[in-house]
Design a protein around this ligand. Structure first.
Ligand SMILES: NC(=O)C1=CN([C@@H]2O[C@H](COP(=O)(O)OP(=O)(O)OC[C@H]3O[C@@H](n4cnc5c(N)ncnc54)[C@H](OP(=O)(O)O)[C@@H]3O)[C@@H](O)[C@H]2O)C=CC1
Ligand SMILES: O=C(O)C1=N[C@H](C(=O)O)C[C@H](O)C1
Length: 264
């Protein structure tokens, strides 16, 4: 069975990998490559932009064609626009863009009453497995008598515009839900005093072309557990998103995540 997909943010770092990898997936047909109308590459062949053969799919400024799922890797403003476009056309959406404000998150949740949405800050299989491992670690360690200090370090390329990563925030949500911390502390500076036990610390490293790395540290007295997951390129996210698009195209309206797609 072939799923017709549209890629929103198609000329971006992720968009180009989605086009390249989607174009060689026999179960997918890229029918639209979408960017904001003023994009400097508007009209160019999406395959050539992605560094593969011409696909005969020009970069366009709006969603069009017989689309069965849309994948969004853009920016928060773009995510907001594509939610409306998918709602009006009743097309399933894979939402990968991070840094969304609460109002957009609320609209995404509301839209899932009308269309299937797969929403995840990371489409990577190993990152979602690491999320499960972190939840297990939290369950086992939450009653440790000496207390457990949890800190999350994320590392990304210099071009990333939001901080901390959506994935780091999700890891923090999982830890807090599992272990009960109430304070989320982003960095430390000055005479901050002794570390309270009810904090989760976040630290964002921005260097070079790092495609994404997360380390979740569980610090006890006398021992430490670290769960680390790192990408060596962006294909793990693109392949996960393409799998999510095939999944979304087959679902009833509702909110889904990568656990649902991967069967975790
Ligand atoms: N869930 C996941 O697995 C992953 C999520 N991400 C997230 O995906 C997003 C994109 O990442 P990345 O590809 O590296 O970023 P890029 O900046 O390379 O790509 C974003 C694309 O969106 C375009 N854009 C800018 N403004 C708009 C707009 N208003 N409407 C539509 N498109 C617009 C950009 O154009 P221009 O360059 O001209 O600004 C660019 O082509 C980020 O939020 C990132 O955190 C990234 C990797 C994995
Ligand atoms: O901007 C990126 O590159 C990435 N962003 C996502 C996030 O913010 O969690 C996912 C991945 O880490 C790469």
């Amino acid at each position: 069975m072939i799923t017709n997909i549209a890629i929103h943010g198609a000329a971006g770092r992720m968009g180009r990998r989605l086009v390249a990898l989607g174009s060689v997936d026999p179960e997918l047909r890229i029918v639209a490559a979408v960017e904001y109308p003023q994009h400097p590459e508007m009209g160019k062949d999406a395959g050539l932009l992605a560094g593969v053969n011409a696909l005969g799919v020009p970069l366009t400024g709006s969603l069009h064609g017989d689309v069965q799922a849309v994948i969004d890797f853009s920016v928060p403003e773009g995510a907001s626009n594509i939610i409306d476009a998918c709602l009006s056309r009743k097309v399933p959406l894979v939402m990968a863009t991070t840094g969304l404000a609460n109002d957009i998150k609320a609209r995404l949740n509301a839209a899932s009453n009308e269309i299937p949405i797969v929403w995840s800050p990371s489409m990577s299989t190993t990152v979602n497995l690491a999320m499960k491992l972190v939840a297990t670690a939290g369950m086992v360690l939450k009653n440790t008598s000496s207390g457990v200090d949890v800190e999350i370090i994320e590392r990304h390329h210099r071009f990333k515009e939001d901080s901390p990563s959506g994935t780091a925030l999700k890891f923090g949500e999982i830890v807090a839900a599992t272990m009960g911390q109430t304070e989320h502390r982003h960095g430390r500076d000055g005479a901050v005093g002794k570390r309270p036990l009810n904090e989760i610390g976040y630290h964002a490293v921005r260097t070079g072309d790092n495609p994404g790395e997360h380390t979740i540290i569980f610090g006890l007295l006398g021992e430490t557990l670290e769960i680390n997951v790192k990408a060596s390129n962006r294909d793990c996210y693109a392949l996960g998103a393409l799998q999510a698009a095939k999944f979304a195209a087959q679902q009833k309206p509702g909110m889904y995540n990568m656990y649902d797609v991967l069967g975790l």
